[in-house]
Design a protein around this ligand. Structure first.
Ligand code: LMR
Length: 416
């Protein structure tokens, strides 16, 4: 028999840690298993939480019986949705005088936050050819994959100071100051840094913006948690708005996700916004035109259902108020669970310091647990978190927090 051969040259790539862990958790029959892996919101019963406002909007959309609701949209996406997404991100309120600022922003619909990051990376790789993209160390692991696939060389800037479990502002600034070159992209997390939960304060953001401007670096914001982190959409957009409003000579972009703040994880709702500088007023349309070229060749247009829900909510005053309440519910439950875990660890006198758990922000805590301790938590207690020690706080509940704290205490004390 002749040998059956392949023309492919493939070797295995490591599985995605976040989704592999999610799969392992799903099939684990242990009754006390706890999922602190993937960043999804869960109720105190450990259940998914379709936002009440989303359920209301869905009902209204079905009742509306819109004949066009499953039709194609334009290649750039649903245009009214894009205006709404842009206004939410940049804080436009329909006031006079905003037109000039809006004219600087070209927006397209994407396949959620990953898609927005990917499209932006691809667009810059084609049309700006940055020598390097600078990612925080650590960052969301998918940032590495996205920029690798876009073919842009990657470097990291220090972000996390392990000894003090704090944001390494000096390290970040001095590394970018001495090593970044004109035209490099700097990837910044707009709020609720994933995985550390540590964000620059406002003064630090101002200094980062100054540095980007002075060194002619290109800020690329990833905004995945607007409103989810602090409960306030204004507060969580502060950095993006500061850069945009105060550095109008600088170009920048934003990858915007609606997965977490609307609980629309599987619907893949997102947008990519490219901000031209104030001098390049005619550039926006050609940017959008080129983004559409990439979109058409990849997926033709973003999906429709999720963005119709977001549009429905954000065009109704009443539903927007409901959404703000839902954001409060999610962000405050996460804060409560941070405190509960911290209190338990202090009560148990678990070796180490634990203030960082309550000081960090957003979906995750960078616990400081070692890969070995993380492994022991999974092996012995069926508690799943990333090997970096990142824990999705939302997986904690009043029912399991004592169990989790006790398990952490045990793996730390009994490490040999
Ligand atoms: C996470 O970091 O767990 C989430 O953002 C889900 C994802 O896509 O990785």
């Amino acid at each position: 028999m002749s040998k059956i051969d392949t023309r492919l040259n493939v070797s295995p790539v490591p599985p995605d840690e976040i989704f592999a862990l999610n799969g392992a958790y799903a099939v684990d029959p242990h009754p006390q298993k706890v999922s602190l892996g993937v960043g999804v919101y869960r109720t105190d019963d450990g259940k998914p939480w379709p936002l009440p406002v989303v359920q209301k909007a869905e009902k209204e959309l079905v009742v509306d019986d819109d004949l066009f609701r499953h039709e194609y949209t334009a290649i750039e996406g649903d245009v009214p949705f894009l205006g709404i997404a842009r206004d939410l991100m940049f804080g436009f309120e329909g006031k006079q005088g905003e037109e000039e600022a809006k004219a600087r922003i070209g927006s397209v619909q994407t396949v959620a936050g990953t898609g927005a990051n990917h499209l932006g990376a691809l667009f810059l790789a084609h049309h700006m050819k940055p020598p390097t993209v600078w990612l925080s160390n650590p960052s969301w692991a998918n940032h590495q994959t996205i920029w690798e696939l876009a073919g842009v060389p990657r470097k990291t800037y220090p972000y996390y100071h392990a000894a003090t479990r704090s944001f390494d502002f000096e390290g970040m600034m001095s590394s970018l100051e001495s090593e970044a070159q004109e035209g490099d992209v700097v990837l910044l997390h707009a709020c609720a840094h994933n995985p550390t939960g540590l964000d620059p304060n406002k003064e630090q953001w101002v200094a980062i913006a100054d540095l980007c401007e002075r060194k002619k670096l290109f800020p690329f914001f990833d905004s995945a948690y607007q409103g989810f982190a602090s409960g306030s959409v204004e507060e969580d957009a502060w950095a993006v708005r500061y850069f945009f409003n105060n550095k109008p000579d600088m170009e920048m972009c934003v990858a915007q996700s609606f997965s977490k703040n609307f609980g629309l994880y599987g619907q893949r709702v997102g947008a990519f916004h490219y901000c031209t500088n104030r001098a390049s007023t005619t550039l926006r349309d050609v940017v959008v035109n080129n983004l559409c070229h990439l979109i058409r060749g990849e997926f033709s247009m973003g999906p429709r259902v999720g963005c119709s829900i977001v549009k429905k909510v954000l065009t109704s005053e009443e539903l927007t108020a409901d959404w703000h309440q839902d954001l409060q519910v999610m962000s405050s439950r996460i804060k409560t669970m941070r405190k509960a875990l911290y209190n338990e660890l202090v009560r148990l006198q678990t070796p180490g310091t634990w203030e960082h758990i309550i000081q960090q922000n957003g979906m995750f805590s960078y616990t400081g647990l070692s890969p070995k301790q993380v492994y022991a938590l999974k092996d012995k207690y069926h508690i799943y978190l990333l090997k970096s020690g990142r824990a999705s706080i939302s997986g904690l509940s009043q029912k399991n927090v004592a169990y989790v704290a006790q398990a952490i205490d045990d793996v730390i004390r009994n490490e040999n």
